[in-house]
Design a protein. Structure first.
Length: 282
């Protein structure tokens, strides 16, 4: 489909409504293949360059969706988010199935909000509550990881109830790259389509680009999501700041049993709680 066709598709969106991407079928094919995985690992790796200094950034997301409880019949959604900057852990968020804890290791503060309960039943909108709480807890570019989790496990739907893919860039739609392309925001990054690999770009240059890397499925299977690339240019105090990262999903992981466990009272000695846990009333 041509760029003009994509732009025409965007114009049919109602005013004030999010843009449903015209490449919904391709993107849903990739994310739907991840939905059935109880264990999912998302890795974001990149850097922020500003004032002659480049700081590496890494965020790891561990997702565990399983049936737990004594009889194995209680839905349990657990999440762990670890954000690293220049090799140091700066933020940690963990959901143990009932409560989401958010830790700021720089300010030594933490918060806790309840998205579930310890009974044999879960509140209404249990998963939605977890993702909403997670949305409010993450910072900066980590919000894109939550966006991906939501698209995989709780995708938005249209008026007919069919799953859709909402544009990752307000008022913009993606288009497929037809040949080798240098990123218009970060010219050190390029994308080269092949018969088995396709790239779809959200072009918000000169400020931002987001590119989805899709691998062709075999035997009439849908394409799979390989990576998401992000490049952003900002002018701060007259100095350019470039943020670039790549997000990749992984399945078939074996998680460390220490994940999804909040810090103990001893570990939090001297820390300040900024929000106390409250029951979710869904």
């Amino acid at each position: 489909m041509s760029i003009l066709a994509f732009l025409a598709a965007a114009t049919i969106q109602q005013a004030g409504q999010p843009f449903v991407d015209p490449n919904t079928a391709e993107f849903l094919g990739g994310t739907n293949q991840l939905t059935a995985n109880q264990l999912l690992f998302l890795n974001l790796t990149g850097s922020v360059s500003y004032k002659g200094r480049t700081v590496p950034i890494v965020t790891n997301v561990y997702w565990n969706a399983s049936m737990g409880g004594a009889n194995g019949t209680v839905l349990t959604q657990q999440v762990e988010v670890e954000s690293w900057s220049n090799g140091a852990l700066v933020r940690r968020i963990t959901g143990d199935g009932n409560t989401l804890y958010s830790y700021d290791l720089i300010a030594r503060t933490y918060s806790a909000t309840s998205y579930g309960n310890a009974s044999l039943t879960r509140p209404n909108l249990y998963l939605n509550a977890l993702l909403n709480d997670l949305d409010h807890s993450v910072k900066g570019y980590d919000a894109y990881l939550v966006k991906m989790l939501r698209q995989i496990y709780l995708p938005p739907v249209d008026a007919t109830g069919a799953a859709v893919f909402i544009s990752w860039m307000p008022t913009a739609v993606s288009y497929q790259l037809q040949g080798a392309t240098v990123d218009p925001v970060n010219r050190q990054v390029g994308y080269t389509p092949t018969p088995t690999e396709s790239f779809y770009m959200y072009n918000g240059s000169p400020k931002r680009t987001i590119v989805f890397d899709m691998i062709a499925g075999s035997n009439n299977q849908p394409d799979s999501l390989q990576s998401v690339y992000f490049n952003q240019f900002e002018n701060i105090g007259g100095q350019p700041r470039i943020t670039q990262w790549q997000m990749r999903p992984y399945t078939g992981q074996v998680f460390n049993p220490t994940l999804f466990q909040p810090y103990t009272g001893t570990q939090l000695r001297g820390w300040k709680m900024v929000v106390s846990a409250t029951p979710y009333s869904g």
